[in-house]
Design a protein. Structure first.
Lengths: 349, 299
């Protein structure tokens, strides 16, 4: 009995010691991932278009493609990902306890989560600018907010949805009538029963809800966005190497779209960079010259692996949320800056 | 059990209740201090910042939170008062019908009470709202010309415009409580000796008149106390309105609490408002009760 106690105490001590060395030695989670040869990625698994099981029972979506891009950059293989479906309350705990390496689970980037006095996590750049939107029937003739003058709008309660709606409509001087429901299912039922001309919620939620309608094509999300909900992948705070690597993988996806490099033409572009020494920007980006990758602790050609796995940001977006997908969401803010959106990447120099 | 033992049990019970209350209050104060929130009601004068779909008095989102809560309270009051009236009519008719000589009436009344009392109120409200009222066509139906116009946007009865949410809560609460009131009325009628019925029938007085002037006056003292508790239940059940989108006091408080983060104060106000409302109902029923009893003694 006593022996058993001593033994377990010893094991506990060794375990604690292991934790301590990992923390103090400054070893990055990035080395652990590369050593393991597999990335553990936390996702939701319940949001069509972001992370959802497809027909073959595999996870697919924008959040899932981010996991693939990170895996391609970190271990050179986009299929070496172990997905962990997590609920909203579980996600930060899973990250803190080290159960997952990083989280790609439509999480809103805000101060309280970022700050060391709050959740103390490290956010990568925003991969989807969500925001509150309005869903209307296509045959209603409603095309803009102004068309909702004196109409009834179904609202969900709980979050700041009602306030955002009111702020925008009041600022524009558009009177409206809210019908408030307590949960999303009732909201959808009220809207489908034609109680309201429009229903409002986060645009990603509207698009997901619509994908479950009998005839999703008969409904349309208005282009106007009523609030800011920037969603970003994140890692545990205090691990700068992992955070940097994640940040530049996201920027690589955006830069590739800026430079017109796609999943299909990446090999040709690479050949072009090798053959033409005057294209220095392209050569640096694809790792033909310079040591950009190794500065991050990644192979110099990590961008090539990423693009071969997932394509650039625009391709990822169109695959899961584009007009031909099951969950179409107008690209809006998520366009490149030069196209009128807010996506912009710092230079690869 | 000796007297001393009983006394000790009382003391222990009291101590347990006081300890529990102490723990709860201490918990509240500690948490309030920890989060840096004192109890404060200053948010009541802040602009509400949200719209309310129906309001009896003029209301703008720029009006104060207190005014918004008052609109919610008035909405609650309106639906409760209307439901009490409708439920009473339904209940008295069904209760009287269940003791009627007409087998069709009594069977229908039995079916109504049996069916309605078996189904949870929330389900009934959802049924009335999503199936019955929202199932109506969007273009108004006008079965009686301009007198009644109904659509799934609004119900218009002789120029009086009701929202479908109000109508669903009104019908749901009335039908549900009406079934309980029918049982109360039936119980009251059964408390009147059988001979009284036979007496008025043998005098050649009709069923309706006999019920009104012979049986009901004797049944009322048995009916009224149970009736007032049904009214109180109805008032409390009205908070389920939030499920069908009616802007009652609870729905408005819910929004106010989410926007200000003042959950404790919000719930305190909510509790006080319902206490006030139920004291009102209880008070009026007491007055009615005394009036009936006194009248009974005089005749």
């Amino acid at each position: 009995m006593k022996q058993g106690f001593c033994l377990s105490f010893g094991v506990l001590l060794v375990g604690l010691q292991a934790c301590a060395t990992l923390g103090e030695g400054g070893a990055s989670r990035l080395d652990l991932v590369r050593q393991r040869g597999e990335l553990r990625c936390g996702v939701s698994g319940k949001i069509p278009g972001f992370s959802f099981l497809d027909r073959e029972g595999r996870y697919a979506g924008l959040d899932v493609d981010m996991c693939k891009a990170f895996a391609a950059a970190f271990v050179g293989d986009a299929n070496k990902v172990e997905y962990r479906p997590l609920t909203a309350p579980e996600r930060f705990t899973a990250l803190r306890t080290g159960e997952i390496d990083l989280l790609s689970r439509n999480t809103t980037f805000n101060l309280s989560r970022d700050a060391s006095g709050g959740n103390g996590v490290a956010f990568a750049p925003v991969v989807f600018h969500d925001g509150q939107g309005l869903l209307v029937r296509r045959d209603s003739g409603i095309k803009r907010l102004e068309d909702l003058r004196n109409q009834t709008i179904c609202v969900g309660s709980g979050t700041t949805t009602e306030q955002n709606l009111n702020d925008v409509f009041q600022a524009k001087g558009i009177p409206y009538k809210p019908v408030k429901y307590q949960d999303l299912n009732q909201l959808v039922a009220g809207y489908l029963q034609k109680r309201c001309a429009a229903m409002t919620s986060d645009r990603s939620q509207l698009a997901s809800a619509r994908s479950g309608f009998e005839q999703p094509g008969n409904h349309q999300i208005l282009p106007e966005v009523l609030s800011k909900e920037p969603l970003a992948p994140l890692s545990s705070g205090g691990d700068q190497r992992l955070a940097d690597a994640m940040r530049w993988v996201v920027y690589a996806l955006v830069t590739a779209e800026e430079m017109g490099i796609t999943q299909n033409n990446v090999d040709a572009k690479l050949q072009e960079a090798i053959n033409d020494p005057s294209k220095t920007a392209l050569r640096r980006f694809l790792g033909v010259e310079g040591e950009l990758g190794s500065k991050l602790g990644l192979p110099n050609d990590f961008v090539v692996s990423v693009l071969k796995a997932t394509g650039n940001y625009g391709e990822i977006y169109n695959r899961h949320l584009g007009p031909q997908s099951a969950v179409p969401i107008p690209r809006g803010l998520n366009q490149l800056h030069r196209d009128g959106g807010v996506l912009i990447a710092p230079p690869f120099q | 059990m000796t007297r001393r033992q009983r006394w000790w049990i009382q003391v222990l019970l009291l101590a347990a209740v006081l300890t529990l209350a102490g723990i709860l209050i201490n918990n509240l104060t500690v948490n309030l201090i920890r989060t840096g929130l004192g109890l404060s009601f200053r948010w009541l004068s802040r602009p509400a910042g949200f719209a309310i779909s129906e309001h009896l008095l003029p209301f703008q989102p720029s009006d104060s939170m207190a005014w918004a809560l008052l609109m919610g309270w008035l909405n609650s009051l309106r639906v409760i008062a209307c439901s009490i009236a409708l439920a009473t009519v339904l209940g008295v008719v069904a209760g009287a019908a269940s003791r009627s000589n007409n087998p069709l009436f009594s069977a229908l009344a039995g079916l109504y009470v049996g069916l309605i009392r078996q189904i949870p109120l929330l389900l009934q409200l959802l049924f009335w709202y999503f199936v019955a009222f929202l199932g109506l066509p969007s273009e108004p139906l006008a079965p009686l010309g301009a007198l009644i116009r109904i659509s799934n946007q609004s119900i218009n009865v002789m120029g009086l415009n009701l929202s479908v949410e109000f109508a669903a809560v009104l019908v749901g609460l009335s039908v549900f409580t009406g079934a309980s009131i029918a049982e109360v009325v039936r119980g009251g009628l059964d408390a009147v000796p059988r001979g009284q019925w036979e007496a008025f029938r043998s005098l050649g007085i009709g069923e309706g008149l006999g019920l009104k002037s012979v049986v009901l006056p004797q049944a009322l003292p048995a009916i009224l106390p149970a009736l007032s508790s049904q009214y109180l239940n109805l008032a409390k059940n009205s908070t389920l309105s939030i499920a069908v989108g009616y802007a009652d006091l609870y729905a408005v408080s819910d929004t106010a609490i989410t926007q200000t983060g003042r959950a404790i104060e919000g719930f305190l106000l909510l509790l006080l408002s319902f206490l006030l409302l139920n004291l009102l109902i209880n008070g009026s029923m007491q007055i009615l009760n005394h009036a009936v009893l006194n009248k009974g003694q005089r005749t």
